[in-house]
Design a protein around this ligand. Sequence first.
Ligand code: AKG
Ligand code: FE2
Length: 309
Amino acid sequence: MTIPIIDFSLFEEDPLSCSKQIRTASESIGFFFLKNHGIEREIIDDMFKNNQEYFNLSFEEKSQYRITRENQGYTSTHQETLDPDNHTSGDFKESFNFGMIHDGKPPQKLPSLFEKNLIALESFMKSCHRLCMKILQAFAIALEIGETEGGKHWFERRHRYEAKSGTTLRILHYPAMNQVNPEDIRAGSHSDYGSVTILFQKDIGGLEVLSADMNWISVPVFPDCILINIGDLLEFWTQGLFKSTIHRVVFRKETLNQDRYSIAYFCHAEDDVRLDPIPSRFITADEKGGKNMTAGEHLKERLERTYKY
Ligand SMILES: O=C(O)CCC(=O)C(=O)O
Ligand SMILES: [Fe+2]
């Protein structure tokens, strides 16, 4: 099984056919590459520059912004253990989580490097958000949600940028190593929590996705593509129709001694949205039973399991 590459320019020309490709990927492997995704190369490169510059700061400086219960701030190497059953030493990675910036105002205290770049950061977040909204439209089109229910805007209306949600932009750094133990891992196996994730990789591979037949598939890095995957919230909401697939980042022998940088945008439904049945004929009446949980409650439960504060 491989991860499909979908040309997103087709979404303008033939939305139904493009949406069907997206749905097929979401129901099977839960991951797909998008090319012609509309996020400009330049702003992605700038984000990677920010990323490197930030992680080059001293540990003392970075530690002033430690992760909070709101899931915002810095996580040092070994602080996060994504897969505690199999790895005891914690992940060989560090990360910084941003809450959404509105009109130049961040929801958290930021290092001066980011304070100086608020406009660029906000515009990157908005580009990611716009793309996620199109992907959510594709889901609604493929699930044939009726016009009276909101049609292609059904999911989009539950993921507004302005509303309070768990949506997070995360930059990641996996430090270069000389030597590692076989059980050491850059990021332990996990699934993402939200609706959809956009992942930006750069040069260095290592990401692996667990296929339904329990094989780890090695994910390539394509300079002109970004990677999209389904998160737990959407799997739960679609009653398992869309797959939130387990993935991890391993040390590859040939790139062990190189730093790896990545960027992830985790798009979440608004905190107050009830994960009610989705009005789609593809989600059968039986499976639709009331879940009586909000997106905010769903996220809180997942976060408690991952972090050591
Ligand atoms: O760095 C990567 O390639 C993956 C990161 C990831 O899966 C995550 O942060 O959830
Ligand atoms: Fe992930």
